[in-house]
Design a protein around this ligand. Structure first.
Ligand code: NAD
Ligand code: TYD
Length: 343
């Protein structure tokens, strides 16, 4: 058995930590070096079950740090990259975009350059459906949909995708790009819609609904996303893009009401607030390519998986209480104080 030495970046965040926990529980032919800067969104508590695993090594650092990245490729003979690391929240990108371009664009190009120098055998760039922009009431994003990102976050991700694909075309670097829809599940930082609404409901706080609450997102359970990433990593064709989505479109207000119902809370907590600037109306993914070419399909049903997610937050109060008592408070104030006052 040959071991694959893989650089996983952003592995202390929501999707990356779920990926590492999942993959190391089923494979012993992967050696993972997790490079994570531990920003506000990175949490080593997410990785407790793997920290003593002999196939796992954590390095605290920035993907945009050229010297560090070069050292890691040499030191661990890295031949594969899965790049989850990013600044990932649209609202934060609206409050200040610089770190988004620094991490998401410059950071990715530092990794690409190192991957080229060390002749990496596969580079998976984890991207998002948000690079396609916004849909009207009908239609789906396919891999052919032109890129039309609308937020600083999505424009930084689109730039990173383009950089990655340009390294395939120019240097033959074996790059694959995945574009997934909105994820939910355990360990998601409570700035994103679902955990924010669960935690506010539990704390009896107002639920801030942007605009008319009718924006649509296409939801996928994080484990289904990560199974797709694993398949793309193993079998995805280089130079290609794969959309990932579970065909579960929901209006924001529907999700919020569902959470309230499951928690036995009343709808008086809902408060319509000032809309997000440039708020994309609808995302919806056509994932027939990954289904047909790689045999992927989602295995979690939304009703059960959202129930499990809510249960996880109920059972892991310590995890999120520690988060919301710290730095997150400052962000919450900056993001929501004016909004609540205006309506
Ligand atoms: P997250 O914000 O929960 O985690 C990001 C992780 O990256 C954190 O651990 C953070 O410390 C780390 N990080 C940030 N900047 C870094 C840097 N400069 N160097 C090293 N590490 C750094 O994000 P997430 O929701 O887990 O998203 C992971 C990836 O998946 C991102 O690339 C995101 O664009 C993409 N994605 C997310 C979703 C979603 O719904 N959350 C959907 C599609 C795609
Ligand atoms: P979010 O979880 O930030 O994901 P994204 O913007 O990347 O899709 O938001 C999901 C949807 O929920 C989006 O339409 C914005 C909306 N939203 C609210 O209405 N209120 C909130 O407090 C947040 C965080 C999001």
């Amino acid at each position: 058995m040959t071991t694959k030495n893989i650089l996983v970046t952003g592995g202390a965040g929501f999707i990356g930590s779920n990926f590492i926990n999942h993959i190391l529980s089923k494979r012993d032919d992967y050696f993972i070096v997790n490079l994570d800067k531990l920003t506000y969104a990175g949490n080593l508590e997410n990785l407790k079950t793997v920290e003593k695993n002999k196939n796992y090594k954590f390095i605290k650092g920035d993907i945009a740090n050229n010297e560090l990245v070069d050292y890691l490729f040499k030191r661990f003979n890295l031949k594969f990259v899965i790049n989850f690391a990013a600044e990932s929240h649209v609202d934060r990108s609206i409050l200040g975009s610089e770190i988004f371009y620094r991490t998401n664009v410059i950071g990715t190009t530092v990794l690409l350059e190192a991957a080229r120098r060390y002749q990496v055998e596969k580079f998976v760039q984890i991207s998002t459906d948000e690079v396609y922009g916004s849909l009207g009431p009908t239609g789906l994003f396919t891999e052919q949909t032109p890129l039309s990102p609308n937020s600083p976050y999505s424009s930084s991700k689109a730039s990173a995708d383009m950089a990655a694909l340009s390294f395939y075309h120019t240097y033959g670097l074996p790059v694959v790009v995945t574009r997934c829809s909105n994820n939910y599940g355990p360990l998601q930082f409570p700035e994103k819609l679902i955990p924010l609404m669960i935690i506010n409901s539990l704390n009896g706080k107002k639920l801030p609904v942007y605009g008319d609450g009718l924006n649509v997102r296409d939801w996928i359970y994080v484990i289904d996303h990560n199974k797709a990433v694993e398949l793309v990593f193993e079998n995805g064709k280089t130079g290609e893009v794969y959309n990932i989505g579970a065909s579960r479109e929901m209006k924001n207000i529907e999700i919020i009401k569902l959470i309230l119902k499951k928690l036995g809370k009343g709808e008086e907590l809902i408060e319509y607030v000032k809309d997000r600037p440039g708020h994309d109306r609808r995302y919806a993914i056509d994932s027939s390519k990954i289904k047909n070419e790689l045999g992927w399909k989602p295995s979690f049903n939304f009703e059960n998986a959202i129930g499990d997610t809510i249960d996880w937050y109920l059972q892991n109060k310590n995890w999120w209480e520690r988060i919301i008592s710290g730095e997150y408070q400052k962000y919450y104030y900056a993001q929501y104080s004016e909004r609540f006052n205006q309506n």
